[in-house]
Design a protein around this ligand. Structure first.
Ligand SMILES: [Fe+2]
Length: 268
């Protein structure tokens, strides 16, 4: 699942074959190898600043129906330059209980998201039915526990911020993540992939060190959750494009749905 960013295939393709006297072509094109490149050690939040985990209940048919119904009503935000369809919801988590607020606005300083220039954007809210679904709540609790906060929800109030995003490219227009460059969000975050149709290319997640050197690139599957410790690494998602293929016909939608989950202790 996780591969090193710099594949050796391109380097090899640019060298002539010194050992082969009959070799005429100086720039032989090598076919891509399907050999998985694996990291030599397990990646962990504490030492590496990021981690990928599995949460299989996302893939269950019943949850997929609930999720598809919810994301079908995602819309482009008001006052947002980015055209992605989204929904958000802010809430509180205390004594192992979630309570959800009515808050529709969201903004980031322009230094962190120059594309939106610090604008206050307004989004539709995620519905209560989706938030109270047992799989959604189990997912949120799993993410909370994975962070290993110092204090449990019995002793500390946590703010929860959810951002549902549907990346839906068309033949004419790619779906652009916002921002598209490697960046930090000022808050730790987990991104769960909830759904992905056929005929999508791109949407690769990349992690960079603080000197902007690429560390890994991964193509997250449905049910994967990527955790990112914001102060320790930069992250990036590559633009998504619709890839017409055998199973695609004009007008057939292709999209990828993710849920961004953020917990922050209140008053810290
Ligand atoms: Fe981000």
């Amino acid at each position: 699942m996780t591969t090193l960013l710099n594949s050796t295939a391109n380097t090899a393709a640019n060298k002539s074959c010194a050992a082969c006297k009959g070799c005429v072509s100086q720039a032989a094109i090598l076919a891509a190898s399907d050999t998985p490149v694996r990291l030599l050690k397990p990646v962990g939040l504490a030492q590496d600043g990021f981690q990928v985990a599995r949460f299989d209940p996302i893939c269950a048919d019943e949850f997929q129906s609930v999720q598809q119904a919810e994301y079908a009503s995602c819309k482009r935000g008001k006052n947002a330059k980015n055209k992605l369809a989204r929904k958000t919801r802010w809430g509180a988590y205390i004594r192992d209980t979630f309570s959800w607020q009515d808050r529709t606005t969201y903004s980031l300083p322009k230094e962190l998201n120059p594309e939106e220039g610090g604008a206050i954007r307004e989004f539709e809210q995620l519905d209560d039915a989706f938030l109270h679904n047992p799989v959604t709540e189990k997912l949120l609790r799993a993410v909370f526990h994975a962070w290993g906060f110092e204090k449990s929800s019995e002793e500390q109030l946590y703010q929860v911020q959810l951002s549902a995003i549907r990346y839906e490219p068309t033949i004419e227009t790619p779906a652009w993540p916002s921002p598209v460059a490697p960046h930090q969000d000022l808050v730790d975050g987990a991104i769960a992939v909830l759904h992905r149709t056929e005929n999508i290319v791109g949407g690769l997640s990349r992690i960079y060190d603080l000197d902007r050197r690429p560390l890994v690139q991964m193509d997250l599957r449905v049910g994967d959750i990527l955790f990112v410790r914001d102060a320790e690494v930069l992250h990036q998602v590559t633009p998504l494009m619709l890839e017409p293929g055998e199973n695609w016909s004009a007008g057939k939608p292709a999209y990828r749905d993710v849920l961004l989950i953020r917990f922050q202790p209140v008053g810290r």
